[in-house]
Design a protein around this ligand. Structure first.
Ligand code: TRP
Length: 446
């Protein structure tokens, strides 16, 4: 058994990370989550191996430790190197018409992984999940949102012949449902209570939901595309709060090893912080300001300039004297995601930390960078016509499982400071008076 221990219980430092709730008094301690969930941190060794095997340079989110945790990524790489295809699985529970920037991180990264592995991708739109877990709308509402959200997903640039998007409400049946049923039979109510903290007061849609999220992680759920003789390796990119589903899926695979089931590999991202501070992730369900992918440039800039929590000092004089605090500055956190040039990032870090760059200036840089990302997305999104959507949802077409050869990439000299060892503060310590107990150098991008 893997560590399936109670995801829903407060631990000593009062951080809760479950599929339903992410709450923390201070910045989330991701190293603790790695321990608790039984994962491995992504380090320079695996990043180097990733580059060697895929012939693709590591995405800045890998190098910078934003995608920070994994299970069995090395095994996935071994399989891929041995010439076997691996496939990707991720998903989205459609709750709002527009997706926000935080929602996009796993999808943007999945697009990169699809290119790196030349891989087939399935995207589960869990409209049933949201119907079970949310109130206030009828079932068709969530179903319709699947199609709205699919536009944002397709706009990430997924390969039209290598990607299948499906709504659970519309497609469950056949081979996929057979796997759901097998997982249901292998899972007791007590296990569900133990893993997710759900109990008999929850509706039974909620109680059975985990089996539905786990099933697409097995390749024989898609026999028309991936065959049903030999299982293919599955890699699931996701935000870390979704991990419990895949601990369950991995346990199930273990039990069914003799039938060929393979434990899915997983790769986890940290949460993009909300504008109000590093303690909360970007969210559409509370009242804090959120950057939606459909916002116009003027509104985005306004939200950033008025709300992005600043690590700067209260007065200009004081700021020039002691400088800004990179670790709590929201604008800086966003630059760690969206400004991919390490040199430029370091320059900004130094200028801001020294007090030479002001709060308004770093926010302006954040606004420029974020607007670029969103305007590009919007450009792509308008191209997603109904015809394009229909194509991505059509399961009865020929998918392209070929792998194009790629020239090896030039490796870097030293990988030891990559991944969870990447120092996003470039050796700069915080202003004296703001120094708290810094246990992990890498907590900055929380
Ligand atoms: N549960 C996810 C959400 O609420 C949606 C989802 C379904 C998902 N299948 C997935 C996420 C697989 C990651 C991987 O948004």
């Amino acid at each position: 058994m893997e560590n399936n221990g109670n995801t829903n219980i407060h631990n000593e430092d009062e951080q809760i990370v479950t599929p339903w709730k992410v709450e923390s008094k201070s910045a989330i301690n991701y190293m603790k989550l790695i321990d608790k969930f039984g994962c491995e941190p992504i380090d320079g060794n695996i990043i180097k191996r990733f580059e060697q095997v895929t012939n693709m340079k590591a995405h800045p989110w890998l190098r910078r430790g934003i995608f920070f945790s994994q299970k069995d990524l090395a095994k996935a790489l071994n399989n891929y190197e041995a010439g076997k295809n691996i496939y990707l699985y991720t998903g989205r529970g459609p709750t709002s018409e527009a997706m926000h920037l935080g929602h996009m991180i796993p999808f943007m990264f999945t697009k990169y992984l699809q290119d790196a592995f030349d891989a087939f991708l399935v995207v589960q739109l869990s409209d049933d999940e949201k119907y079970f877990f949310k109130d206030g709308h009828d079932i068709d509402y969530y179903n319709a949102l699947s199609y709205q959200n699919a536009k944002d997903i397709i706009a990430c640039g997924f390969h039209p012949d290598k990607t299948l998007i499906f709504s659970n409400l519309e497609t469950l049946g056949g081979a996929l449902y057979k796997n759901v049923a097998k997982i249901m039979k292998a899972t007791t109510g007590n296990q569900i209570r133990g893993i997710y903290g759900l109990d008999l007061n929850n509706n039974i849609g909620q109680i059975s939901w985990p089996c539905f999220q786990a099933a697409p992680a097995f390749s024989n759920s898609f026999p028309e595309v991936l065959g049903d003789k030999e299982h293919s390796y599955c890699l699931v990119p996701m935000a870390i709060d979704q991990d419990p589903y895949f601990r369950m899926a991995r346990d199930f695979a273990d039990k069914r090893k003799s039938e060929g089931y393979i434990k899915p590999a997983v790769i986890h991202t940290k949460f993009l912080v909300g504008l109000c501070g590093v303690n909360a992730k970007m969210s559409s369900s509370d009242n804090s300001p959120t950057i939606y992918m459909t916002d116009n440039e003027k509104d985005i800039r306004k939200k950033i300039m008025t709300h992005a929590f600043s690590g700067g000092q209260e007065t200009l004089e004081k700021h020039r004297a002691i400088g800004g605090d990179l670790e709590v500055d929201v604008a800086y956190q966003y630059l760690c995601y969206f400004l991919h040039d390490d040199k430029r990032l370091e320059e900004i870090a130094r200028a801001y930390r020294s007090g030479q760059m002001l709060s308004g200036e770093i926010k302006k840089i954040m606004a420029d960078v974020v607007c670029l990302v969103i305007l590009h997305h919007q450009n792509e999104r308008v191209k997603v016509t109904q015809k394009v959507i229909d194509h991505f949802f059509n399961a009865n077409r020929k998918f392209d499982l070929s792998r194009a050869p790629r020239e090896p990439v030039e490796l870097d000299e030293d990988y030891s400071l990559y991944g969870f060892n990447f120092d996003l503060t470039f050796g700069l310590t915080g202003p004296e008076e703001n120094q708290s107990n810094k246990t992990y150098i890498n907590n900055i991008s929380n």
